[in-house]
Structure formats: C-alpha cells, structure tokens
Design a protein around this ligand. Structure first.
Ligand SMILES: [Zn+2]
Length: 339
C-alpha cells in the first residue's frame, strides 16, 4: 500500500509500505476514506523535532476491512472515526474521561495513518462507527472529529465555555477555529478570536467569533482586558503552543477563570510566579477525543455543525509533499488527503 514517510525534516515522500495485518485479537484494519496533515506534523517538517524516515499521520476515517476475534463494537463494512490516541476505553483513567492518558495509550502517529490502510489497535476502545455510510460532504467533517474538532472541543470544554461566558481563543489554525465552533455550540455569549490573517478571521466569524483581536503578546492581553471590562475572559483556549501564545493565554484569563491549553507546547517555559499570581484553573494536554466522539458524530450527522470547512485544500495522497509545503508556507490551513 502507499503511505507517507518523512525521510528528514522538510522532505516528505509517498512510498510503498507493508500492508497492515491483524496482529492482536483486539485490532481492526481499516481502509482510509480520507486522511490529513496536522499542524503538529509541521514541527518535524520544520526541524523543531527530529525526523528520520518516519511514517506520518494520526488522523483517520474509513471503512473497517478486518477485525480481530475479540472486537465487538465495530464490524467489517462499518464506517468509523477514531481518535488520534489509541485507548482501551475501559481503564480507570478512560472511565474518568481522559482516554488520551489511558494506561494502555498508543499514539496513532506511530501507525502512520497518511496511508491507504491502517491497523488500529484496541478497536473497541478507539473507534466509533457512524450511523451509516457518510456522504462525500460528511467525510471532511468526520475526519476533523478525529483530531482538530475533538481537540478544539476539549479546549473549549476545559475553558468552561457555556452560556453567558466570554471565551478568547489564542490561535487561528485548525484547532483554534474548531475551538471557536465548540465554544459557540456550548453556548458561549462572546467569542474573541486572536488572529491576524484576514481569510482565517473570516472563517473564525463563520464559526462564531464575535470579536477579532489582532494584537499579540502583552498588547493582545491588554486588548482582551479592554473588551472585558478590565477583567479578562472567563475562559481562554490556547491553540498554538509557543511561549508567546501560552503567556498571552495565561494573561488573558481572568482571576478564577479557566485556561484550556491544547496547542502542543514547544520549548514553553512557564514562570511559576506568573502562573501563581494569575490565580486561574488550567487543564490541557492531548485531547481525550474518544470521550467526545459519539456526540461529535451525532452533531455532524444531524447537520448541526460544519467542521469540514477547516480543510481549505484537498489533494490526492500521492501529492502529500505539496500538502506539507502548502501548510508550511501558510498557503493552506489544513490539507485533506484523498485516494
Ligand atoms: Zn484506558
């Protein structure tokens, strides 16, 4: 089968990979309907993280082709969505809703789902079947649920988005945009998008942003305070993962407010004294997408949310190198790969 491999930072190829097989009785093998490139894939593309002939991709939707003997909740022919983190969904941590910290957790990144087929371990605990076969239009939305929608949703949930709340979102990448969608769906009254890219501001407004703040760093914090009577936002979603964005998010959260940090941190150093005096709740990390999947699939199926618009470029898998380049050069927010 064909699959994406990053040979070194900045170099992506599509090559022949071994066909996945059932290895454990709890495995499923799926044929992907679509996959995509994640903002976090760019960290290794840009050399911030090392890359040496590694398989790529952790987001996936597709049709089950084979299941192991112990798989009971999905069957051959089902269309499924899975989390980017593999979980058993039965351990004490999973039962508490933190499947991304499952005691048996594996990252789908090690499977490399930018490929025609993929072996999904712990299929019962990881995959959720859709009510039927989706339309072509529903596939991008369901694919978004696999990571960026689930991650944005977790961020908005951690920021306690809800009726009467003002939520600020730091970052206008795919996760930030999905956090805006989630905050709106959860009932937030005012949603402030921190963005300086006109086309992303437009999408932010489409998804529910009521205000746009272009300033960054301390100026961005000041602007949020200005907009909230000097208090700061009730909740802030950090969806970038840099030093500046993280401290901007901490500073924009009001005393007693909630920070949801879902941007993958890279070399962020949090001064303890600033966090101490911020006096805020903070929850983040890899999103327990599996917790939200049944509800997200229902919302997509019923046409209540439209996360698929976050993909602004679609290319065949064979053109993965161009997909990475387009995202790296910010010509695209998020690229879907099809077959
Ligand atoms: Zn678990």
């Amino acid at each position: 089968m064909r699959g994406v491999v990053m040979t070194k930072p900045g170099e992506v190829i599509v090559t022949d990979r071994d066909e996945p097989q059932i290895e454990e009785p709890t495995d499923a093998v799926i044929r992907l309907a679509a996959t995509c490139v994640c903002g976090s894939d760019l960290w290794s593309y840009r050399g911030v993280q090392d890359a040496d002939h590694q398989v790529m991709g952790h987001e996936y939707v597709g049709v089950v082709e084979e299941v192991g003997d112990e798989v009971s909740t999905v069957k051959v022919g089902d269309f499924v969505v899975g989390s980017f983190m593999i979980s058993d969904n039965t351990c004490e941590i999973c039962q508490a809703g933190f499947q991304s910290k499952c005691v048996h957790v594996e990252s789908a990144a090690s499977i490399g789902t930018q490929a025609e087929r993929a072996r999904i371990p712990m299929a019962d605990g990881t995959l959720v079947a859709t009510p039927g076969q989706p339309t072509q239009e529903q596939i991008p939305a369901l694919l978004a649920a696999s990571d960026v929608l689930g991650t944005g949703w977790f961020g908005a949930d951690a920021a306690q988005a809800g009726p009467g709340k003002t939520i600020a979102v730091v970052g206008d990448g795919a996760v930030g945009l999905m956090a805006i969608l989630a905050a709106k769906q959860l009932g937030a009254e005012r949603i402030i998008a921190m963005s300086r890219h006109p086309e992303r501001q437009e999408l932010a407004r489409y998804y529910g942003a009521t205000d746009i703040v272009e300033e960054r760093g301390d100026e961005g914090v000041e602007k949020i305070k200005e907009l909230t009577g000097g208090l700061g936002a009730h909740g802030v979603v950090e969806a970038v993962g840099t030093q500046e964005s993280f401290m901007q998010a901490v500073g924009a959260t009001r005393g007693g407010g909630y920070l949801g940090y879902v941007g993958v941190s890279h070399e962020v150093q949090i001064p303890g004294i600033e966090l101490f005096f911020a006096g805020i709740h903070a929850l983040g990390g890899p999103a327990p997408v599996r917790r939200y999947l049944p509800e997200l699939i229902r919302l997509i199926w019923d046409g209540e949310i439209d996360p698929g618009k976050v993909f602004d470029l679609t290319l065949p898998l064979e053109e993965a190198a161009e997909a990475y380049a387009a995202m790296d050069e910010r010509r695209a927010t998020k690229v879907m790969l099809t077959f």
